[in-house]
Design a protein around this ligand. Structure first.
Ligand SMILES: Cc1ncc(COP(=O)(O)O)c(C=O)c1O
Length: 444
């Protein structure tokens, strides 16, 4: 297939430099297992699970078959005032996998919608308990919670704030970022140990500034994924949980990337042993095959909203999407979660994460411009010194070069990330890491 077999005049690509893309298009036409096929017949190793989604690898028959069967059985049904069997089954499975009493699943279609849904649950929950004044949200610098106005507001991505900041939610503050480039530039399958108490700022400055009684929720990614795989200091999430409990503040984990196996456990909440009040998910829940996201809520959130004086015909939580719990997406989720379990893929992710971490630290340390390497779970990041006056350019060029050499890695600012499907073999890791190392050398 050649580029002139299809027009490139109408598809406006998301989060992509479109002008450059037209000069050097990258178009996939097929995928199987660990590999893509490009329009010109080349094989490319999927080193990022296609945006952290494809845990079980591409073209998995049990998922494909479940989708086909669902299409022939119940293609779609209204999500409001009725539901479908697959939505209930998928919610059962997800709740069973989630820790603690995270038991009630609100479905949506994406991580962005999950972020906005969780913020709305927080407001509605506090209001239902007579604490409607709790409407301050706290996020963290460099946090990524998608592209809706709620998620962007609590997120800490400068490019979002630059262009859209004037339309953000008004009562939002941010904790400082969790990276120490001096003492913790290199993290090798371990949790960084900080001397400093990085949450003292939350307790001593941010909460007193707003008064803790006004704070509805704190939202964090347990591991900052989109920013470039930055790991929380040891004990950080436990302490965040304690602070939230002390002040009646809800804790939201955005596990759109870390959920469903990336850390070698069901969720990062399990990995770190901390149960949030809400847990946002998307991506790997369907192996990326069909959009599905959601928020898993603790019982107390649901119970508070059901304990209303309103008559029974009144909607308790005024929120939902046309495609909340879409039967085809939920059928895909059921098959995906079954497949993860049958093939023990989360455990495998944990094991291969160590192989990936070893390979990355072995290959990248000491290469030109490398200023940090971080690995934990089945993901690793190599951080590069930016080109003077052109932040992000070096990593973007390296990403392009790797692609030409048959390896898909992910640039995030001046960081390059490898986060392969859980089915990855040592040989794929070697290909990804060696290709990236060569490219880093070439772009010195
Ligand atoms: C932590 C986190 N939250 C939310 C999102 C947004 O998800 P989506 O692109 O499905 O809207 C992402 C996307 O990468 C993410 O990493």
């Amino acid at each position: 297939m050649a580029y002139n077999d299809f027009s490139m005049d109408h598809h406006w690509l998301p989060f992509t430099p479109n002008r450059h893309f037209r000069k050097e298009p990258r178009v996939f036409v097929g995928a199987d297992g660990m590999h893509f096929t490009t329009h010109d017949g080349r094989k490319v190793v999927d080193g990022v699970s296609s945006l952290w989604c494809v845990g079980a690898g591409h073209n998995r028959k049990p998922i494909n078959e479940a989708i086909k069967k669902q299409l022939d059985t119940l293609d779609y049904a209204t999500a409001f005032q009725a539901s479908n069997d697959k939505a209930f089954q998928a919610a059962d499975m997800i709740a069973a996998m989630a820790p603690g009493d995270l038991n009630k699943v609100l479905f949506c279609n994406s991580g962005s919608e999950a972020a906005d849904t969780s913020l709305k649950v927080a407001l509605a929950y506090h209001r239902a308990r007579g604490e409607g004044h709790r409407n301050v949200f706290i996020g963290r610098e460099k946090g990524y919670h998608g592209v809706g106005f709620g998620g962007m507001s609590v997120g800490g991505i400068p490019a979002n704030r630059k262009v859209y900041g004037n339309a953000f939610l008004p009562r939002v503050d941010h904790m400082r970022f969790i990276h120490d480039p001096v003492n913790h530039a290199y993290i090798h399958n371990e949790q960084p140990l900080w001397q400093e108490d990085i949450l003292a700022e939350l307790e001593n400055r941010i909460l007193p500034l707003h008064d803790p009684s006004n704070v509805a929720a704190i939202i964090v990614e347990p591991v900052a994924g989109s920013a470039g795989w930055y790991l929380p200091p040891k004990g950080y999430l436990q302490r965040l949980r304690e602070i939230c409990d002390k002040h009646g503040i809800l804790l939201i984990f955005d596990e759109v990337i870390t959920g469903f196996g990336r850390m070698g456990t069901n969720f990062a909440a399990d990995f770190y042993g901390v149960v949030p009040d809400m847990l946002n998910f998307a991506k790997c829940v369907t192996n990326g095959v069909i959009p599905l996201g959601g928020v898993i809520c603790r019982d107390k959130l649901y119970d508070a909203m059901m304990k209303t004086e309103a008559p029974e015909h009144v909607v308790e939580f005024f929120h939902g999407y046309t495609y909340s719990g879409h039967p085809v997406a939920c059928a895909a989720a059921i098959a995906t979660l079954d497949l993860y379990k049958q093939e023990n893929l989360f455990q495998r992710a944990g094991e291969m994460g160590k192989v990936l971490g070893d390979a990355c630290h072995g290959a990248f340390k000491g290469l030109p411009n490398v200023i940090g390497i971080r690995s934990l779970g089945l993901a690793a990041a190599v951080e590069l010194a930016p080109l003077a006056g052109a932040p992000g350019k070096r990593a973007y060029q390296i990403f392009l070069d790797c692609f030409h050499k048959g390896a898909l890695v992910r640039p995030a600012g001046d960081v390059l990330v490898i986060a392969p499907p859980y089915i990855v073999e040592k040989q794929h890791i070697d290909t990804l890491v060696n290709t990236l190392a060569d490219s880093i050398r070439q772009h010195a």
